[in-house]
Design a protein around this ligand. Structure first.
Ligand SMILES: [Zn+2]
Length: 322
């Protein structure tokens, strides 16, 4: 059985794949509380009548974020990925895949690296610097840990005798390191990486992965946007037909939604690791529901776990019903 966990990490992503004998993790985000924009959205949606008052108290510093959420009757806590690993008795990560260098996908990496053995780290070489992501401070150890892997060379490998390996596979790369786990890289290509750097948009270089497990197909969309989906559709339209699980791209915003790709994928389950929408018009939830049987969001369901069985069965459980 392959167990997929989509953690409720607020504005960010963290997906844990429990294979029968090893664990992979795609991105990490670790904060105690939702960011300011998400707070506004949660309060407004959970308690519209009193939203103004609660926000007023919060902004005046009379109450903290936790109390504000309680007052709004929103009771779904943000998940700390490290605590989740501990609770589930996961002691080492076989592979950590960094989809792209945005901080909402890297927060907590420093602590993770200190606490866990990561055998196999995926980070494409790129020229991006640390970005600011929704008021979260750029914690230096997260970024420097990322750079340790990203800028890692064979020479420094020898010097510091690191036991872990860094790999940088792209679409059409050849190697057995990941194919044995049924992972097929749909994107990026060297060309998409170059476009990302030229345009200063790291989302364009985001990994998009297809995991094949028994009869199941799982597509992890990272923060991919239009040009990436276009490429995938042209190259791999057949491969992405009828998927079991899709992790929607770019936190369920319009920018990551691609209708022609959804028409092919028709996912049984679509998981949205919800981030701040900033504007309700950016939300693609409605569009997704046209092509998916079940749409689950971390914001309203908390952590979502999907079990893919080799015989084709699939079961889904969520931390909260909403
Ligand atoms: Zn993101």
């Amino acid at each position: 059985m392959l167990k997929l966990h989509f953690l409720n990490v607020g504005h960010g992503d963290c997906c844990i794949l429990e294979f029968p004998e090893k664990v992979a993790m795609v991105d990490i985000n670790r904060n105690k509380n939702p960011d300011d924009e998400t707070m506004k959205e949660l309060i407004r949606a959970s308690n519209p009548e009193n939203a103004r008052d609660i926000r007023g108290e919060l902004e005046a510093g009379a109450i903290d974020k936790k109390t504000a959420l309680e007052k709004a009757n929103y009771t779904i806590p943000v998940q700390d990925p490290l605590k989740f690993l501990e609770k589930n008795n996961i002691k080492s990560i076989f592979r950590f895949i960094s989809t792209h260098p945005h901080m909402d996908h890297l927060h907590g990496l420093g602590e993770l690296d200190k606490n866990m053995e990561i055998s196999n780290f995926w980070a494409l070489k790129n020229k991006f610097g640390a970005n600011k992501s929704l008021e979260k401070p750029n914690r230096a150890d997260d970024w420097s840990t990322y750079r340790k892997y990203r800028d890692h060379t064979t020479e420094s490998d020898k010097e510091d005798e690191q036991s872990n390996t860094v790999i940088r596979p792209m679409d059409k790369s050849i190697g057995e390191d990941y194919t044995t786990d049924g992972i097929k890289i749909l994107a990026p290509t060297p060309e998409l990486l170059e476009t990302a750097e030229q345009d200063g948009s790291a989302n364009i270089m985001s990994y998009v992965l297809l995991v094949n497990y028994g009869p199941h197909k799982i597509v992890l969309g990272g923060d991919a946007e239009k040009e990436t989906w276009q490429y995938i559709l042209e190259q791999y339209g057949d491969l992405i037909k009828d998927v079991t699980v899709l992790k929607s791209a770019h936190h369920g915003r319009n920018s990551g939604y691609h209708e022609p790709a959804m028409q092919e994928m028709q996912p049984q389950y679509t998981i949205v690791s919800v981030g701040a929408k900033l504007d309700p018009r950016l939300d693609a939830t409605k569009e997704y529901t046209e092509y998916t049987e079940n749409l689950l969001t971390t914001r309203w369901q908390g952590n979502v776990t999907i079990e893919c069985h080799e015989n084709g069965d699939v079961t889904c459980s969520t931390q909260f019903d909403y």
